[in-house]
Write a protein that binds this ligand. Structure first.
Ligand SMILES: Cc1ncc(COP(=O)(O)O)c(C=O)c1O
Length: 348
């Protein structure tokens, strides 16, 4: 008898989804123009819609979240400025030091509570004396909602507002990495504007929980869009008949936004299946969105390899943390099967 491999269940990221037939059809039928000249009608519709959803007056479609964050940082700072970031933030860990290399800014860390949002006292403790002969100018605070490396956790509206207020009092601009802003809003059952009203700019990803092949929007005020637009071109992010991608985004807003709770329920189900398994620690009530962090006794790389052999793809996050992410392309049956396979992995 030939042993059959179980079909792979891919929990590495919510970026692994493939565009559905309906999304592809919307893309094929998109009305397009040259977006570098501002002439793509579908891009304009998407930008207007996302700006409205986030309560801002303008948006800019970028190829990726990394670029949209860098645009957020570069357009709110000047080389030699300083940016305040949580020690676990995506910008700090996974964006190849673009802030330093390209925007030319210095990063100063704080170690925020669980959802990655600093307290007022924490921010105020970072306030500089204002000595221009020795100190850099602190120009920007970056927040992240939901927070990836902190397990998809969601800061409360009050926490975000309080941090933004303190930052504004200190004369800082506030940028929000909103790669999974829609997940955070679904988790608390509030409109996204509750998180963005208090910040100056935000990102909003189409290519994660919403199932699009690419695209993140920078969102902010019209007076900041001019600089953001210049930075997008400088970074090579000026795209032409990109209404094809914008059509995927519009389709996702109509069809995939309202279902994110399913991903969150599946993530919690996975955590519950693994909570009393020896060799792994996971706290189901701490799972607020679609990310599950497993603290492992064994080396995370070893667990990831064993899980792959058992037909579940995951990623090592730290030496003893494995990340699983639920998404549009894995249903509750898949997640239950993944949970069973991972139980076997930890038992072996
Ligand atoms: C919180 C967060 N911000 C930004 C990004 C960067 O997005 P992209 O992969 O589109 O560059 C990611 C990617 O996973 C992310 O998780």
């Amino acid at each position: 008898m030939v042993a059959t491999m179980p079909s792979l269940i891919d929990l590495r990221s919510d970026t692994v989804t493939r565009p559905s037939a309906g999304m592809r059809q919307a893309m094929a039928g998109a009305e397009v123009g040259d977006d570098v000249f501002g002439e793509d009608p579908t891009v304009r519709r998407l930008e207007e819609r996302v700006a409205r959803m986030l309560g801002k007056d303008s948006a800019l479609l970028c190829p990726s979240g990394t670029m949209a964050n860098l645009i957020g940082v570069a357009s709110a700072t000047y080389p030699g400025d300083e940016v305040l970031l949580d020690s676990e933030s995506h910008i700090l860990h996974y964006e190849l030091a673009g802030t330093a290399l390209i925007a030319g800014v210095q990063v100063r860390n704080f170690d925020a509570p669980q959802a990655g949002c600093p307290t007022q006292a924490q921010l105020e403790s970072l306030e500089r004396l204002g000595d221009p002969d020795h100190e850099p100018r602190t120009a920007l605070l970056c927040l992240e909602q939901s927070h990836n490396r902190r397990g998809g956790t969601v800061a409360t509206i009050e926490e975000l507002r309080s941090a933004s207020e303190a930052a504004h009092r200190m004369g800082l601009v506030v940028h929000l990495d909103g790669a999974r802003l829609a997940n955070a809003a679904a988790s608390l059952g509030v409109p996204m504007t509750e998180f963005t009203d208090c910040v100056d700019s935000s990102t909003f990803a189409l290519s994660k929980g919403l199932g699009c092949p690419a695209g993140t929007l920078w969102v902010g005020l019209t007076e900041s869009r001019r600089r953001a637009h210049t930075w997008r071109k400088r970074l090579g992010g000026g795209m032409r008949q990109v209404g094809i991608l914008a059509a995927a985004g519009l389709y996702a807003l109509d069809h995939n936004l309202a279902r994110l709770d399913e991903d969150h329920d599946n993530a919690r189900q996975l955590a519950e299946m693994l909570q009393s398994v020896p060799g792994v620690t996971v706290d189901p009530p701490a799972v607020q969105t679609n990310i599950v962090l497993l603290q492992t006794v064994d080396d995370a790389n070893v667990i990831v390899e064993r899980a792959q052999r058992a037909g579940v793809l995951t990623v090592p996050f730290t030496a003893h943390t494995v990340r699983c992410v639920t998404h549009l392309d894995v249903g509750s049956e898949d997640v239950r099967a993944a949970g069973e396979r991972l139980r076997q992995v930890f038992a072996s």
